[in-house]
Write a protein that binds this ligand. Structure first.
Ligand code: NAD
Length: 481
């Protein structure tokens, strides 16, 4: 049947699919964004029937949607749902999937599985005729474990799909504030002339989580913080902060600029890792839940040399950023949950306020827990000022949740689904971007191995090992917390 549309979610009973993907599709449907007749088929090995799968998904959507849930919208959405129990290794099960899809010729396959399956899924889709010209594939990060495994997966994907049909997801790119970075930089005249080494002293990008690894231990232990967060989210944010102004918002024009940043990142190898990076692993400590176990105790005391914290002093060797450190930091079991970019401007060249230590301007772009932008400025305090003008740093705050109060805060995946369904690639990562990111990460991992650099312990509920502070302090900078 011509023009029949379908979404297939591989790994449909998994954590990501249930917590994020199905609720996102539900919201899109509730707001009228899903095309008439589009079906949503879940594929997983969980041995349940379709009715039980739909009941399970109902519970997940109710939980995620909270007050925004309505039975009426669910009724419409659930009519689209199907479930196909199958094994990702089995071509036969893909044939059964093809039957369920009933000739749909405009399909989006969302691979919400371990990256070990990406190649197999692509091969089975091709072998069963499902990788037809009207098909697109969306793949979750991380793509591989290093550059070599990433390339193997990419080869398999490209055997079945052309580059314009592959949508590599980094859900940070679906976040409102991340897109707002582009608006902030290129829709306001006053930032861009200052956006360089003359005016900016350094940049900090932090992704801090209060949770530990818990249920995801076995996945996480083979990845660690550098591969799990720096390789994708942190480098994507760095690219958006550091890229040159693109000539247009054309997906390839923007992605060309991001790749140039990745190519300009100074290599950190065995001679530099001890100076430019810090690895940490949490030990028993405290969180909002009270006393929490150390990383190795979470699975009953397995030995592990995987880092749960990493800090890197990155340098971008180009004309705009020469000499400006970009400090990247991510960790689990940090004191607060926070994702933010801090752009630290330089001090004024000459102070006419002899009795004051002027505090240099600072732009903070916060993604989590709230989406906010604030600019710290020096201000005169209202007073008669006998004996000299009094100054105080104050912030100009833009709270996106206050500014757009009546708008629901969207799940990043809603926008990503919509863009992928419409074939718009701007929010997705291109193959050369992923490979350039892995190349930089591989050098660090190789350096750690050569130097036998093991993670340093830090107490859960703190900001990582003390050497993370030394990383910035030796340049006269400090982390903002
Ligand atoms: P998960 O382990 O919770 O779910 C895996 C899913 O794959 C399940 O539905 C399972 O039934 C299915 N599956 C596994 N082996 C199968 C097989 N042989 N045949 C058929 N189905 C099989 O994993 P997850 O946490 O949902 O993560 C999925 C992907 O998304 C991973 O690549 C992960 O790195 C990525 N990711 C997850 C999160 C998250 O919050 N969970 C966030 C970002 C990215």
């Amino acid at each position: 049947m011509a023009g029949k549309k379908a979404v297939v979610i591989f790994g449909a009973t998994g954590d990501l699919a249930q917590k994020m993907l199905y609720p996102s599709l539900y919201f899109l449907d509730a707001e009228g964004h899903l095309p008439e007749g589009l079906t949503v088929t879940g594929f997983a090995r969980t041995d349940i029937g379709e009715a039980d799968f739909i009941a399970h998904t109902h519970a997940a959507v109710v939980e995620r949607a909270g007050k925004a849930f309505t039975e009426e919208a669910w009724k419409k959405f659930s009519a689209r749902l199907h479930y196909c129990k199958g094994d990702l290794d089995s071509e036969k099960d893909f044939r059964a999937l093809a039957k369920t899809l009933d000739g749909a010729d405009d399909c989006l396959y969302y691979l919400s599985t371990s990256p070990n399956f990406f190649g197999k899924i692509a091969r089975n889709l091709k072998a069963t005729g499902l990788a037809h010209p009207g098909a697109r594939v969306a793949v979750e990060k991380p793509i591989g474990h290093d550059l070599a495994s990433c390339r193997r997966i990419e080869e398999d994907l490209s055997e079945a799909f052309s580059e314009d049909r592959i949508f590599r997801v980094d859900h940070y790119l679906g976040k409102e504030t991340v897109q707002n970075l582009i608006a902030l930089r290129f829709a306001n005249a006053f930032f861009e002339p200052l956006w360089n080494k003359e005016s900016i002293e350094h940049v900090q990008i932090t992704v801090a989580e209060t949770i530990g690894v818990e249920r995801r231990w076995s996945y996480y232990d083979s990845y660690g913080a550098l591969r799990d967060v720096v390789q994708n989210h942190l480098l994507q944010l760095l690219c958006l902060v550091a890229m040159e102004p693109p000539a247009s918002l054309d997906p390839d024009v923007v992605r060309d600029e991001k790749v140039k940043v990745l190519h300009s990142l100074r290599r950190i190898g065995s001679d530099e890792v001890e100076r430019e990076t810090v690895r940490g692993q949490y030990r028993k400590g405290f969180s909002d839940e009270g006393t929490v176990p150390g990383y190795c105790e979470e699975t009953g005391g397995a030995a592990s040399e995987t880092e749960t914290f990493v800090a890197v002093a990155a340098h971008i060797d180009n004309w705009r950023w020469a000499g400006v450190p970009f400090y990247l930091r991510t960790g689990k079991r940090m004191p607060i949950r926070s994702t933010e970019i801090v752009v630290q401007f330089r001090q004024v060249p000459h102070s006419i306020f002899p009795h004051h230590d002027l505090i240099a301007n600072r732009l903070t772009i916060r993604l989590q827990p709230e989406e906010e932008i604030s600019l710290q400025l020096m201000n005169k305090t209202p007073s008669l000022d006998r004996g000299g003008m009094r100054l105080k740093p104050l912030s100009l705050d833009l709270s996106l949740s206050d500014a757009f109060k009546r708008q629901r805060r969207r799940i990043a995946y809603e926008r990503l689904f919509l863009e992928a369904l419409e074939g718009n690639r701007i929010l997705f990562v291109r193959r050369d971007e992923v490979e350039a990111a892995w190349k930089w990460i591989d050098a660090i991992i190789g350096g750690w191995k050569e130097r036998d650099m093991k993670p340093l312990p830090y107490t859960a509920g703190t900001w990582g090992p003390s050497s993370a502070f030394a990383l910035t302090e030796r340049n006269g900078h400090s982390w903002y917390e």
